[in-house]
Design a protein around this ligand. Structure first.
Ligand SMILES: Cc1cc2nc3c(=O)[nH]c(=O)nc-3n(C[C@H](O)[C@H](O)[C@H](O)COP(=O)(O)O)c2cc1C
Length: 359
């Protein structure tokens, strides 16, 4: 299967399926001499684990990462870094009943049409389990960009139709402390309570919810991004759209630019810098040095208990109610995944810029 790698200089390949023995990532192009031990990656991975909150499924994913290569005495050596996470707490029997049925909203139908074979156990390669490998690789990317003064932070902007109000399109000065106050990683605790209540309602009615994650990059230098097909906004969109459930990516003012005039949308430039940030920190695919502001729209989790209409592999109609352990929303678990994908793109483009560095 092609399509499992991302990046040019900093290149990440993920491998493995949901119910196989393990998943993992190979990270190439990481500079040598960076401090890296398993605990650095584990700390980041722990943030995407299913938890106890209403949006999470009760299954236990014990994501213990092992570094198999590419480090020596706690430092990167410049050779490929291979990461492995064993799949534990696997229960494929829950999928026996639906092994010939296409679950609406999932990749079952399209994977079958494409490959003519069906790994029905937990969604196989399309499962969110694969995102653990991305988060592990993203932790390494995070170390590279952090050294250059960059910080990537993502938070819950909307869930189940409850949307946080924003002042214009500027990134709010949101810190990790601001989103640590609740399990939904939402800077507004009152909104978070309403979101939790809505999640509980959805769970009871056998349904699921979508939402919006906002990702902010601070401290990014101007000049990252490669014209024309590798514009950094195109790279962010591709990397984030590559996460299951993401159906939309907006940068800066996003879809609202279509309703603005040029004089409203342009960000005036002064000797002291830009006066606004409708561009979301990117012009012509190259970073301006302002905060980068990205939003992703996540669809509701496709596995729902409510009865749905579908067909089996022979085209016979089936009524389906999905049992088993599923999240009600990808929020908040998708948040570290979004941060990982943005960090991977930034690390790659940072190293590409260094390759053409000028005075
Ligand atoms: C962090 C995360 C957790 C997810 N958890 C589940 C889940 O528990 N059950 C489910 O049916 N889908 C879950 N998904 C979504 C599916 O993986 C995804 O919707 C599916 O593969 C179809 O891909 P698409 O949404 O890109 O069309 C999750 C996705 C992410 C990113």
């Amino acid at each position: 299967m092609s399509g499992s790698s991302i990046g040019v200089i900093f290149r990440v390949t993920t491998w493995g399926e949901s119910h196989g023995p393990a998943i993992g990532a190979v990270v190439e192009g990481c500079p040598s001499g960076i401090d890296l031990i398993e605990e650095d990656i584990q700390q980041v991975l722990n943030r995407r684990r299913p938890g106890s909150i209403a949006s999470s499924s009760p299954r236990k994913e014990d994501d213990a990462v092992k570094i198999l290569s590419g480090t020596f005495h706690g430092k990167t050596t410049g050779t490929p870094i291979s990461l492995i996470i064993e799949n534990k707490d696997i229960n494929s029997t829950a999928y026996e009943d639906i092994k010939d049925v296409f679950r609406p909203g999932h990749g079952d139908y399209t994977y079958f049409k494409k490959y003519g074979i069906r790994d029905y156990r937990g969604g196989g390669r399309a499962s969110a389990r694969e995102t653990a490998a991305r988060v592990a690789a993203g932790a390494i990317a995070g170390k590279i960009i952090f050294r250059e003064g960059m910080e990537v932070i993502a938070y819950t902007k909307a869930l189940g139709g409850i949307v946080l109000k924003s002042e214009g399109y500027e990134a709010k000065r949101i810190s990790r402390e601001d989103i640590a106050g609740n399990d939904l990683m939402c800077p507004d605790s009152d909104a978070a309570k309403n979101m939790e209540a809505r999640l509980e309602e959805a769970r009871h009615s056998g349904d699921s919810l979508g939402g919006i994650v906002e990702i902010i990059v601070r401290g990014c230098p101007p000049g990252l991004g490669e014209p024309v097909f590798d514009k950094i906004d195109a790279a962010f969109a591709g990397a984030l759209m590559g996460i299951g459930t993401v159906k939309g990516v907006e940068i800066g003012a996003g879809f609202n630019v279509a309703e603005m005039t040029g004089s409203q949308a342009n960000d005036p430039i002064t000797p002291d810098g830009f006066l606004s940030n409708h561009a979301g920190g990117i012009l012509a695919g190259i970073t301006t040095g302002q905060d980068i502001v990205i939003r992703v729209a996540c669809k509701p989790i496709p596995s729902i208990a409510k009865i749905q209409q579908t067909i089996d592999v022979k085209g016979i109609p089936v009524e389906l109610s999905i049992k088993g352990r599923h999240d009600v929303s990808v929020i908040p678990r998708i948040i570290p995944v979004c941060e990982a994908m943005v960090s991977i793109v930034l690390a790659d483009h940072l190293l590409r810029q260094k390759a053409i560095a000028h005075e």
